[in-house]
Design a protein around this ligand. Structure first.
Ligand SMILES: Nc1nc2c(c(=O)[nH]1)N[C@H]1C(S)=C(S)[C@@H](COP(=O)(O)O)O[C@H]1N2
Ligand SMILES: [Mo]
Length: 258
C-alpha cells in the first residue's frame, strides 16, 4: 500500500492483532491478483481495492469520518427494477417480497453501534423489522435451525435462527431517519449489534432456512469466524476522536452512547 500515510485508519489499526491479519491478508491476495493479471510486472505492488483504482461511482471502502463504508466486492449498487427479497428453503410458504411490501411489516427503531473487526465503531439510529415478522409469513420447518443470507454484491452470511431472533437484531430499511443510502446497504441490510460488522450483511436479496450451517464470506476469504461475536478488546469509536476505549465483548456501548 503506498497511501498508508493518508489513511486515517492506520493509526488505530496498530492497536489490534485483527487488523494486522486482515491487512496482510489483503496485501497477499491483491499481490497475487495483480501478478496473475499482469505476469510481466513482477514489481506490481499495492492493493487493487484501493479507492483510486476503482471507478468512483462504485460502492467501495471509504473512511468517511462519521461512518466508514466497507465493501468487499465493489459494485454499482442494487438495481431496484429487478430487486426483490426471496424467503424460502425449508419453509411451508416460500415468499417473494417487493420493497413496498417490506413497509407493511411492523417497524421497530433502535440506536446501536456497528463494530468492524478493523477496530472502528460508529452508531446510528436504525429502523426495520424483526426476523419474527418473516418467520410468521413463511413458517419454517422446525428442523431448519440455520439461515443463509445472500446479497446483490456476491456477499453471504450465515446464522442460527435463534441468533436472528435475539433482541435488537433488525432487518433495516432506514438509517438516521432516511432510507438506507446506497453505500450503507439500500434497500435492505441486517443489523446484529453483538456481531462484528462483517455479519451485518447489506443489499440482502435472499434468506434461506436450512438444516445445516453454511459458512460466510469473511470466513471463506479471510481469518474470521463464522460466528463473529464481538470479543472483549479495544475499540476506536469514530464519534469520540478515535480514542482507544476498552470493550467488554458482545454489543458495544460507550459511555457517550444513549
Ligand atoms: N453485502 C455486503 N455486506 C457487508 C459488507 C460487504 O462487503 N457486502 N461488508 C461488511 C463489513 S466488513 C462491515 S464492517 C459492514 C460495514 O457497513 P457499512 O459499510 O454500512 O459501514 O458491512 C458488512 N456488510
Ligand atoms: Mo468490517
Amino acid at each position: 500500500m503506498n497511501n498508508d500515510k493518508k489513511n486515517p485508519d492506520i493509526e488505530e489499526e496498530k492497536n489490534t492483532a485483527f487488523n494486522f491479519v486482515r491487512r496482510d491478508f489483503l496485501k497477499l491476495i491483491s499481490f497475487a491478483g495483480l501478478t496473475s493479471l499482469l505476469p510481466g510486472r513482477a514489481s506490481a505492488k499495492g492493493d487493487f481495492r484501493n479507492d483510486k483504482n476503482i471507478p468512483k461511482q462504485y460502492i467501495q471502502n471509504r473512511d468517511n469520518p462519521g461512518f466508514h463504508i466497507r465493501s468487499a466486492n465493489p459494485f454499482m449498487g442494487v438495481d431496484m427494477g429487478s430487486w426483490g427479497l426471496a424467503v424460502g428453503g425449508m419453509v411451508k410458504n416460500p415468499i417473494g417480497l417487493g420493497y413496498e411490501d417490506l413497509f407493511g411489516l411492523k417497524m421497530v427503531s433502535q440506536v446501536s453501534r456497528l463494530k468492524c473487526v478493523e477496530c472502528w465503531s460508529a452508531k446510528a439510529e436504525w429502523e426495520g423489522f424483526e426476523f419474527s415478522e418473516l418467520i410468521k409469513k413463511v413458517q419454517p420447518d422446525p428442523a431448519a435451525k440455520y439461515v443463509y443470507i445472500q446479497s446483490a454484491d456476491s456477499y453471504y452470511e450465515s446464522f442460527a435462527v435463534e441468533e436472528l431472533l435475539r433482541p435488537r437484531v433488525l432487518f433495516v430499511l432506514r438509517m438516521n431517519g432516511k432510507s438506507l443510502s446506497k453505500d450503507h446497504g439500500y434497500p435492505l441490510r441486517l443489523i446484529a449489534p453483538f456481531k462484528y460488522g462483517y455479519k451485518n450483511i447489506k443489499y440482502i436479496t435472499s434468506i434461506k432456512f436450512l438444516d445445516t450451517r453454511k459458512r460466510n464470506y469473511w470466513a471463506n476469504s479471510g481469518p474470521y469466524s463464522v460466528d463473529g461475536t464481538i470479543q472483549p478488546g479495544i475499540d476506536h469509536p469514530l464519534d469520540f476522536n478515535k480514542k482507544p476505549l476498552p470493550i467488554n465483548g458482545g454489543e458495544v456501548f460507550h459511555f457517550f452512547d444513549r
